[in-house]
Design a protein around this ligand. Structure first.
Ligand SMILES: *Cc1c(COP(=O)(O)O)cnc(C)c1O
Length: 428
């Protein structure tokens, strides 16, 4: 234990909370974080040398597992050619072509360095294109940490935006309206109250930042219809779902075509990458083509592009990659559900393909308010039990479980066995 504990003490002296992103601090499970030394396939090792089966996968990017040879080799080769030029390169063209060929709604795309940046920039383009200022988002959907997106309505409250973080000017939050996931009526009301002022609706087409909350049949289609009716744009934030539910992301999976899409996570192969793209008429507004300014010193970085390209090409060229992974996901989450059912633990397992989560609640979770009914103390117990058994889950009830192509049947079984002993211990 000394390694992680000692590093955490040192970290807290110079880094706020000892971490560079809040959820890593293990605060909501009442523990101190494990410091990770290295990873391979579906395994990670902490500073103490303890081995875990990893279900965080860097919060989604590692869909091939850690250290995939194609990705490593591409990164090494690119690094030798030069870490950064701040000039145009071949790999950026290949990346743009690959994304546009994979995702039909994306006709043009711009690379950035994170999901946050992708969302900020997509909103700017949407506002410029529509000449309107207001944006509708959904409670419980996360779109990065840009000022305008750090807004949540209080439960069930649909009103003008109230900042969800200190330091966000009221003026920034005012133009962000919050609707209820899976509730089209809440969206229609906001459009009616703000006639001619709404630039865009932004949504996680499968919610994966309040635990996993799936769109009910007709929800995404309904959003498309409402946006068309009011001449607003529909933005899918596919930073998690892009290249996870399939090569064409959630929009392919659910068959709904957005105007703009944001990407991140998987497209970087583990490097800091984001992208936004969509209709050519909208993306043509972006500088130097048009008047919407957006730039980046390290955008399209050669090493990051090499990692992302190698990962996306592997996904594209591996026969049956997604059908195999998604089938493994279906079987895993169904069995998880059965085990908790048999142990009589109140729960709701939501999942799509290789993305899922368990809420410790007896409510069917279809929006943020439902998710908040979860017993977070029980989640903390569950997390601790699993960690002890060598299973590394997200240190929060409101995050997802990510399966990768590197998770073996034996490891999935070992994980489910650990869930079984959790159930037994609870009922004793
Ligand atoms: C992770 C995430 C973001 C933010 O991406 P960063 O790279 O962390 O800035 C935005 N939207 C969604 C849906 C995400 O899951």
């Amino acid at each position: 234990m000394a390694g992680s504990q000692e590093l955490f003490e040192r970290a807290k002296r110079y880094i706020p909370g000892g971490v560079n992103s809040p959820v890593r601090a293990f605060g909501s499970v009442g523990m101190t974080p494990r410091f990770i030394l290295r990873a391979e396939k579906d395994r990670i090792w902490d500073e103490e040398g303890k081995e875990y089966i990893d279900y965080v996968g860097s919060w989604g990017p590692m869909i091939l597992g850690h250290g995939h040879p194609a990705v490593l080799e591409a990164v090494e080769r690119a690094a030798h050619d030069g870490l950064s030029f701040g000039a145009a390169t071949r790999r950026e063209v290949e990346m743009a072509e690959l994304i546009c060929e994979s995702v039909a709604s994306v006709e043009m795309v711009r690379m950035v360095n994170s999901g946050t940046e992708a969302v900020m920039s997509a909103l700017r383009a949407a506002r410029a294109f529509t000449r309107r200022d207001k944006i509708i988002k959904f409670a419980g959907c996360y779109h990065g940490h840009a000022d305008a997106m750090l807004v949540q309505a209080g439960s069930g409250l649909m009103t003008q935006g109230i900042p969800g973080s200190a330091g966000v000017p009221a003026g920034c939050a005012r133009d962000t309206l919050t609707a209820v996931y899976n509730d089209l009526e809440s969206v229609r009301e906001l459009f009616a109250e703000n006639d001619g002022q709404i630039a865009a609706v932004i949504v996680e087409p499968a919610g994966a930042n309040m635990g996993v909350v799936l769109p009910e049949p007709g929800f995404l289609q309904g959003l498309r219809g409402i946006c068309d009716e009011w001449e607003a744009l529909l933005i899918f934030d596919e930073v998690i779902t892009g290249f996870r539910l399939g090569l064409d992301g959630a929009q392919g999976y659910y068959g709904v075509r957005p105007d703009l899409t944001t990407f991140g996570k998987i497209i970087g192969g583990g490097m800091p990458v984001g992208a936004y793209g969509g209709r050519k008429d909208i993306m043509s507004m972006v500088a130097p083509c048009g008047p919407v300014y957006q730039a980046g010193t390290l955008s399209g970085n050669p090493v990051a592009m090499a990692a992302g390209l190698a990962q996306l090409r592997t996904l594209k060229e591996t026969p049956d990659f997604y059908s195999d992974l998604n089938r493994a996901g279906d079987a895993f989450f169904r069995e998880l559900d059965t085990i908790l059912e048999e142990a009589r633990i109140p729960h709701c397992v939501n999942h799509v393909a290789s993305l899922g989560c368990v809420f410790f609640t007896d409510t069917v979770v279809r929006n943020y308010e439902d998710a908040q009914s979860s017993d977070t103390a029980r989640y903390a117990d569950y997390f601790r039990h699993m960690l002890d058994k060598g299973i590394y889950l997200a240190p929060s009830q409101f995050e997802a479980v990510f399966l990768s192509g590197a998770h073996t049947q034996a490891d999935l079984k070992k994980t489910l066995d650990a869930v079984r002993t959790f159930g037994k211990e609870l009922s004793e």
